[in-house]
Design a protein around this ligand. Sequence first.
Ligand code: ATP
Length: 375
Amino acid sequence: MTTDVTKGVAAGADGSAAGQDNVLEASGVTLRFGGLTCLNSVELGMRRGEVLAVIGPNGAGKTSLFNSLTGVYKPQEGRISFRPKDGGEKQLLGSKPHLVNRLGLARTFQNIRLFSALTALENVKIAAETRQRVGPVSIMLGLPNARRAERESDERAHRLLKFVGLESKLNEIAGSLSYGDQRSLEIARALATDPQVLLLDEPAAGTNPTEKLELEQLIRRINAELGVSVLLIEHDMRLVMSVADRVMVLNFGKKIAEGTPSEVQQHPAVIEAYLGAEAAAEAEPVQAVIAEQRRPVDGDESTAAPAGDDAEGPGSEGGSDADGASGSDETPSDEGPSSDDTTPDGSASDDTTPDGSASDDTTPDGSASDEESGK
Ligand SMILES: Nc1ncnc2c1ncn2[C@@H]1O[C@H](COP(=O)(O)OP(=O)(O)OP(=O)(O)O)[C@@H](O)[C@H]1O
């Protein structure tokens, strides 16, 4: 059963998180892959202007929820609506990712998806240009409107790269940037599409402690200075507890709790989800142990946590382990150019089966590849 410990949540008559000040709402979202129910009647009510974190153990359904919100997956049941700031309500369920992006939702991926062979500036300019309406003929003929659009996207990309702290690396090849810089570049690229909601999928994964602190500040500035609502999946509990206004917790595809960071981290259902019932009875503070419960995923065991993580205390240490581990799969050289599967606006490609069923690319053990799971 979902335990909503949030004070003052505007709840709909049906118990959903419906509320007029919500920028994004999902109700009854159910997503199945064959016999696996990976999202089970999930409710989400994201208030305009907030930083909402989604946490939960591995396989809880966090990325699947992102994929459902952004059109990568099409849940079999439920409703997903977006309320733009200029009014109205748009249904997102079943929309194509690039259309969801155009409406005002942008995302980053757990596995970085940049155009690795292009410069930082080019990566962001391409995204900025998806907002422009200049035809190919105007561009080919170098007509004034095309030149103006080019100038504008250039200026916008410069501004955003400065905003994320990459102004000195404009002309560096994306694939050669440090891991943390690549994450910042992905964020700049997402911001270039001028979103009202930014979805960040494990932005701290693979970053070092200094980069984590910079990321924390960046998320705050995106929220406060740009007025962008942020939906954040993150395993680093220190980061979550420090930047999130509210936290929702998923386990086995179900929302089990929602509330302020301090409410959630004391919540028995959350502690139980991470530690099991025995520890929940002892009501241990979840942040101290939560990250250590990150089970290693395939091939991650060998990766050491970034140096210096120990200094952050037990919660952070566990988180860094996990993050460092996921980072091991995500080094720039492993990534390679990802232009094949990423649309310029930073939305995911459409190659996942639209009904939400696993495609032929599903790995033999039934788990999805990163590619199709939108990770
Ligand atoms: N395309 C797919 N085909 C089949 N199963 C899938 C697919 N996408 C996700 N799943 C399954 O759904 C479940 C939830 O996965 P998901 O990636 O959403 O979890 P998560 O909470 O993001 O995990 P993590 O923290 O490890 O990233 C898992 O069991 C996963 O194997």
